[in-house]
Design a protein around this ligand. Structure first.
Ligand SMILES: [Zn+2]
Length: 290
C-alpha cells in the first residue's frame, strides 16, 4: 500500500488540501489533529500524522475510520489476530505510575541482599506460572508485541496504553531486541557531565557501561530540572556505589555502545531518590550551615 502524503484539512466549513511537508509535529497537535481526512472522492476516512525523522513523515488511517472500498488506500482488515504478531510492533506507551513502580522495584532489586533477591525471584516465578495457567484456561489469544515509545515525537493517536509492559534491564543485560524500546536500566553511577540543558551520565554493571542522556527535549519539557544536575555530582562526591535507574529509549552510539535517552521528568532515581528530594535536602543543609 502506498503511503499517504496528502490530506484534507477540514476546519468548520473550510476545506484545504495540505501536503505532508506542510505539517510539523508541533502544529499537528495544535492545529490539525482530528481534522485531517482522505482526499479521495466520497471517502471519509480520517487521518493522523506520523512523525518520522529525515522527511519520512506520513499520514496514517485511524484504526476506527476505514477507507471506502473504492479508495486507493482501502485495505482489508486482517481477521486473523495472529497475523499481527508477524507485522512487527504495535507502538505503546506506559503510564507515569508504571514508570514510578518500575524505577522503585529496580532500585529495591539492586539494593537487596542475594538471599532476598532469590526469594523475590522465586515468588515472581510462581506468580508468572499461575498467571500463564489462568491465561491458558481462559483461552485468551496472544497480544501483538509492543514497542514502548517515550519520545514525544513518536507518540501518535494510535499509540496504545493497554497491556504494555515496561521491562527492567541491568546495564549489562541490554540486547539488540531492546533497541528502540523503552526500558528501565539500572547500574552503579560512574560519572556525570552536565550543562544548562543537557546531562550525560555513565552507569556500570559487571564492567559493562551504559550512557544515560538527558537532552534538550528533556529540559524543554521539564524546566524545573534546568541547573539542578550539580546536586547529583555532589551526591556522588559524598557516597560510593550509588544505584542509578532510569526509564527511557534505548539506542546505540557510533561505537555500538548502548545509550538510554530519558524523556520523562519522573524517569530516573538516584539511589532510590528523586532529584527534587536531593535538591531540597541540600538546600536545608546549606541553610543550617550558614
Ligand atoms: Zn480514502
Amino acid at each position: 500500500m502506498s503511503s499517504i502524503t496528502e490530506a484534507y484539512y477540514k476546519n468548520n466549513d473550510q476545506i484545504q488540501i495540505i501536503n505532508i511537508s506542510d505539517v510539523t509535529a508541533g502544529d499537528y497537535t495544535d492545529k490539525y489533529k482530528g481534522k485531517l481526512y482522505c482526499t479521495t472522492n466520497s471517502c471519509t476516512a480520517q487521518l493522523s500524522y506520523v512523525y518520522r525523522e529525515g522527511n519520512r513523515s506520513y499520514f496514517r488511517t485511524w484504526r476506527e475510520s476505514p477507507h471506502t472500498e473504492q479508495c486507493i488506500y482501502y485495505f482489508e482488515k486482517l481477521k486473523d489476530r495472529s497475523g499481527n504478531r508477524h507485522k512487527g510492533y504495535q507502538d505503546g506507551i506506559v503510564s507515569q505510575e508504571q514508570i514510578r513502580r518500575s524505577l522503585r522495584e529496580a532500585f529495591e532489586n539492586e539494593n537487596m541482599s542475594i538471599t532476598e533477591r532469590n526469594d523475590r525471584r522465586e515468588k515472581q516465578r510462581e506468580a508468572r506460572i499461575r498467571r500463564n495457567r489462568e491465561r491458558i484456561r481462559r483461552g485468551s489469544t496472544e497480544q501483538p508485541a509492543h514497542r514502548i515509545v517515550s519520545d514525544p515525537s513518536r507518540i501518535t493517536d494510535d499509540t496504545t496504553r493497554t497491556g504494555v509492559r515496561l521491562y527492567k534491564r541491568d546495564a549489562d543485560a541490554l540486547k539488540e531486541v531492546d533497541l528502540g524500546q523503552t526500558r528501565t536500566v539500572t547500574g552503579i553511577l560512574k560519572s556525570i557531565e552536565y550543562g544548562e540543558s543537557n546531562a550525560v551520565m555513565r552507569i556500570e554493571k559487571n564492567r559493562k557501561n551504559v550512557t544515560i542522556k538527558f537532552e534538550e527535549v528533556f529540559f524543554s519539557t521539564n524546566l524545573q530540572y534546568r541547573g539542578m544536575f550539580h546536586h547529583i555530582k555532589r551526591f556522588m562526591e559524598e557516597y560510593d556505589e550509588i544505584i542509578f535507574s532510569a526509564t527511557g529509549e534505548v539506542r546505540t552510539n557510533k561505537s555500538g555502545e548502548y545509550e538510554l535517552i530519558v524523556f520523562d521528568g519522573i524517569g530516573f532515581l538516584i539511589h532510590g531518590r528523586s532529584l527534587a528530594s536531593l535538591a531540597s535536602e541540600y538546600a536545608i543543609r546549606d541553610n543550617v550551615n550558614k
